[in-house]
Design a protein around this ligand. Structure first.
Ligand code: BGC
Length: 710
């Protein structure tokens, strides 16, 4: 807590009129394609954005200009012609396992926002990947609380270092999109603390974001924004969060959320569309006049907003920062390079044009609009890249998000980039529209590269794990026609791979951002050695997951839906370990063009568990590896947890000793009865591995009993 900022917030709040106090409690959305009427509360000359809250000029308090920013500064029609660096999806950043890149991405977004006068970023999606159908998984980092919390914190640090407020969202358990406004996410409270809430806890304590955004959903029967236990009890109570809680856009059906811990109603026009009213304007004012909404709480809400303003220093901007588009594009490129995961390779990659076949070595590039660019996810996070999209195909769908559901293609063509890198090859393109036609080209090529894409985004869950538009059939047919078939997936989630045994290599490139085509081509051609690791488990099929059938899927928009997260804290790889199931590809998996070996694992408890391991590049090329430390067993039995990781770059033959310090909450269980974390006395079995499915070195450590935290 920054006591100086708190003192200033108290002093400033004391000088406000009640009208001024109330003016800070809402944000109003700017005009765009969905909301065409300009709200008169936004003064002329203020750049349009996702949310506007007026300032108090007489006290030097700036207005809040909020913009979506998970993957870059967005502009869904608010500011004509305004484009920004379009980063790879957060799931790709998660796959980099690289905190340094997370911080750089945050800095980049913060700087681009500030250069436009935007001072609050609705960035920081920290929900865990609980379900491979979730349409917004691409906006989230991983299925693991430690990986998510560590990377999320770095991103917030990067943003707030530019004196721009960062938000973490969607608090909490907004893990499916189906009927999200009517979704009740049911979970055991202790398991919640050990999973999704732990990711938020880690990010918040490390990086002190100014704001937390609630989810649309209910948690155990109560809406997130009106959930006193979650907001007052855990976030503000146990964790001592001093900033403010804003709702998601259209997630405040009632004024009394103010009594349960929500401090600001966001995007009030969406509340009017959803619930027929704004809540924190006239209804909250009426509750204030009648005494139901106490003055003390009003003051606290305002102080929290002012605290974040002063703590981050958005009232203290000097000048407009320079933005170097080339340097920012380089961050987008590097994130794509490090985030792309090589899932399978029987030796066909990296592509090599034999010197004897120059001019005759034929490569077929098939499908995925690879001649134009790379896809991006859709919804509020979509970023218009410099120069605009290569193309936008309208997809549509039911509900208020239908108009934002598009296939966005960012102009970074994998085909063109491959042609640049392999000038000695003859590269031809087939659209992959029809298996029969694709096979014709595949047959007369030495290698066939097939792209599999899927439109995923906000407001919709995927019905299943298949690729749309018959692409699985095309891949299968091409693999039947050419024994050197490489599949490049550009999706926001795992997909089923019925054709896997028939293909030679598979890359998961996610939504790789504005330089994605280049990064894909570099990895195919071996200019870049792949180093991404899966930030979520790829199941063989939905039957392997905790919910083969997703409740509510297929019901009309608006149907009350209950999803019971019965896997509790055993999300992703933890679930697979517990159930003894072998996935298609495990969490943490990712191949390289070199090989890494591990040795000399030691684990010690010296006032905290620390592990050391030596990592060696045993192969022929420089490369990066991510050794991963897991808990396999605690005194009560098998219990898998990622305890630590570190990305290391090594030259051929080079070794490095990596030291990993374990956060005790990862070894503990949460006791709701005592309101504390508990480490039981006994033996803990740890393992070091290349992935959750490949832990080669094991070591035991004895821990004494302890209770700690809140
Ligand atoms: C999304 C949020 C976003 C907000 C403002 C909502 O639909 O769920 O993540 O920040 O819109 O655009």
């Amino acid at each position: 807590m920054n006591s100086e900022a708190m003192e200033r917030a108290r002093e400033a709040e004391a000088q406000l009129t009640d009208d001024e106090r109330f003016s800070l409690l809402i944000s109003v959305m700017g005009t765009n394609a969905v909301l065409t009427d300009k709200d008169p509360r936004i003064p002329d000359g203020v750049p349009m954005s996702a949310g506007y809250t007026p300032g108090i000029p007489r006290l030097g308090i700036p207005g809040l200009l909020m913009t979506d920013a998970s993957l870059g500064v967005t502009n869904p029609g608010y500011r004509e012609g305004d484009t920004a660096t379009a980063l790879p999806a957060s799931i790709a950043l998660g796959a980099s396992f690289n905190p340094v890149l997370a911080r750089r991405s945050g800095q980049l977004i913060g700087r681009e926002a500030r250069s436009r006068g935007l001072n609050v970023l609705l960035a920081g999606g920290l929900n865990l990947h609980r379900d491979p159908r979730n349409g917004r998984n691409f906006e989230y980092l991983s299925e693991d609380p430690w990986l998510t919390g560590v990377l999320g914190a770095e991103s917030v640090e990067g943003i707030q270092g530019e004196q721009v407020i960062s938000t973490v969202k969607h608090f909490s358990l907004n893990c499916n999109e189906t009927n999200r406004h009517w979704l009740d996410a049911v979970i055991d409270p202790a398991a919640h603390r050990e999973s999704d809430l732990l990711a938020f806890e880690i990010a918040i304590e490390r990086a002190r974001p100014g704001s937390v955004m609630t989810g649309y959903n209910k948690i155990n029967g109560t809406y997130a924004g009106g959930n006193e236990g979650l907001l007052q009890g855990i976030l503000k109570g146990a964790w001592g969060f001093p900033g403010w809680v804003m709702s998601d856009w259209g997630a405040t059906p009632s004024w009394d959320f103010a009594l349960q811990g929500q401090d600001q109603e966001s995007g009030v026009q969406i509340d009017v569309m959803m619930w027929g009213q704004e809540s924190f304007t006239a209804p909250l004012r009426a509750a204030f006049e009648s005494g139901e909404f106490p003055k003390q709480r009003l003051s606290e809400m305002v102080q929290r907003i002012l605290y974040a303003i002063f703590d981050v220093g958005i009232d203290d901007w000097e000048g407009t920062p320079d933005v170097d588009p080339a340097a920012h594009a380089a961050v987008a490129l590097e994130t794509a390079r490090q985030g792309i995961v090589l899932l399978k390779n029987d030796g066909v990659l990296p592509l090599e044009v034999p010197s004897t076949a120059v001019g005759r070595f034929k490569i077929a590039v098939i499908g995925g609009h690879a001649q134009l660019g790379v896809p991006a996810g859709c919804g509020s996070s979509a970023v218009t890249p410099p120069g605009g999209y290569a193309e936008i195909h309208s997809i549509g769908g039911p509900g208020i998000m239908g108009s934002m559901r598009n296939l966005y293609l960012l102009p970074s063509s994998p085909l063109a980039e491959l042609q640049k890198l392999l000038p000695d090859a003859e590269i031809e393109y087939d659209p992959g529209m029809n298996p029969g036609e694709a096979v014709l080209l595949a047959r007369r090529s030495d290698v066939a590269i097939v792209f599999g894409i899927r439109v995923e985004g906000e407001g919709y869950d995927n019905a299943d794990l298949s690729l749309p538009w018959g692409q699985d059939t095309v891949i299968d047919a091409v693999a039947g026609a050419n024994s050197n078939t490489v599949v490049v997936l550009e999706t926001g989630n795992p997909v089923a791979m019925p054709w896997l045994p028939k293909v030679s290599a598979v890359l998961a490139a996610w939504y790789p951002g504005q330089c994605g085509g280049q990064a894909i081509a570099e990895i195919l051609a071996g200019v870049t050695n792949p180093s991404g690791k899966l930030p979520l488990t790829f199941p063989k099929d939905l039957d392997q997951t905790p919910r083969p059938v997703l409740p509510g899927l297929g019901t009309p928009w608006g149907t009350p839906t209950t999803v019971t997260y019965n896997e509790g804290s055993d999300v992703g790889y933890r679930w697979f370990a517990k159930a003894g199931k072998k996935p298609l590809f495990p969490f943490g998996h990712g191949l390289s063009y070199t090989r890494f070996g591990y040795g000399n694992l030691t684990v010690q408890d010296r006032g905290g568990v620390r592990a050391e391991v030596t990592v060696t590049n045993e192969g022929p090329r420089p490369g990066a590896d991510v050794p991963q430390l897991y808990l396999l067993e605690d005194p009560a039995g098998p219990r898998m947890r990622l305890l630590g990781f570190e990305r290391v770059d090594l030259e051929p033959g080079e070794s490095r000793t990596v030291e990993l310090t374990v956060d005790p909450r990862l070894l503990a269980c949460y006791s709701t009865g005592r309101g504390q974390w508990h480490i039981a006395a006994g033996n803990y079995r740890l393992a070091l591995g290349h992935s959750a499915g490949d832990c080669s070195l094991e070591a035991d450590v004895y821990l004494a009993e302890s209770w700690f935290g809140r």
